[in-house]
Design a protein around this ligand. Sequence first.
Ligand code: TRP
Length: 462
Amino acid sequence: MKENRSSFGSRIGFVLAAAGSAVGLGNLWRFPYLAAKYGGGIFLLVYIVLAITFGFALMITEIAIGRKTRLSCIGAYRALDKRFGFLGWLAALVPVIIVPYYCVIGGWVLKYFAEFVAGRGKLVAANADQYFTSFISDSAGGFFSTPVPWFILFALLTMVVVLGGVEKGIEKVSRIMMPVLVVLSILVAVFSLTMPGALAGLKYYLMPDFSKFSTATVLGAMGQMFYSMSLAMGIMITYGSYMQKENLMERSVAQIEIFDTGIALIAGLMIIPAVVAFNGGDPTLAQQSAGPGLMFVVLPRVFEAMQWGGFIGAAFFLLVLFAALTSSISLMETVVSIVQDKLHWKRVPATLAVTVLLLAMGMLSCLGYSESFAAIKPLGMAFLDFFDFISNSVMMPIVAFLTCILIGHVVGTKVIADEVKSENGIFRREKLHRVMIRWVAPILLLAILGGELLKFFGVIKI
Ligand code: TRP
């Protein structure tokens, strides 16, 4: 089997594939609203510091584990230490929780794309806040104005590609569309910045205000980092297992991170100054009201203010749709391949079973904001926010913590360093890696996770 494992043809091919997995709704939809919510500049600063230290160390660790063991995450953790086999399962569970609600957001994007194509962008923008709220709380009347059909359509699109394996085609298209998305986002960002009141927003986004710092900021930034870089869920282990021995891992990781963080940064530039501008230059309002709807509420109003806005809006949501689709496809693919490997099911039944589960779980997220669900709120959150919280703020930190313990204190960071050095004998940031994985990251994770749990159970107040 080992000899047959397919691999990426070139280092750039590897970087593009991993960056393709990393760049998605996390950068465009999730990052801006978290940055707005957690204090703007301070969130950005914490995020970047985490990305170049902890994010770097964890990503290189995961890729090296994959390349060393040539196994995907369930087998890989077991191969390193039998007692840590469960960790592979835990990591594999994360995409199972993410993919259903990912498809719900994908459905929202689809809906907005359809509205702009139908030339109704102005209508959406006129009452952007109310439009979005009544859309997700399905009180607007009419089946097609609820999020359900759009979610199902997006999920089925994902399924069709996973079933038919036309992924190559989709990937080719998105290779072209991704750069276009970047260029268009820069244009929109530049336009956003010219709106009256936007400079106050730019300041809020770029200048750290240390009085806004809290453990919640760090937890939020860390969860976002895992999510955005597809870490702590076994994905990078799988990618690593396809990587050739002679590829330069350290440089690849740096490039993936720069790419991913760069796009998130631009998305923030596009959205945060605009929301502050719409609020008459007052960032505190943005901080209080930012939530999962931010992108959908702010962007239609920006497009509305632009020349050719209807067309730009349609193009933009189409590009986001592709970015979301490539991510949902690879997320679903991960889940399907686990079902195939572990239950020995064929591809078609495995895909269908995963789709049924996805639809059932996703439906909760999809309807969770509606009035009929007002009484059912796990941990006081709507289902979508709940799944998002459980995966990003609880499970991923736990996976990351245990990975650090396994690598740092059980098998030793040398295993990873040797794997990195097997290329050309160089691992420039070996010291950083060692200190991060052994001490800084686990202590940080434990402190934050523990603090959040204590706060949650009301033991302490921070
Ligand atoms: N990182 C992706 C994003 O930013 C989301 C994601 C998480 C993902 N895990 C993944 C994508 C696994 C593909 C595969 O949107």
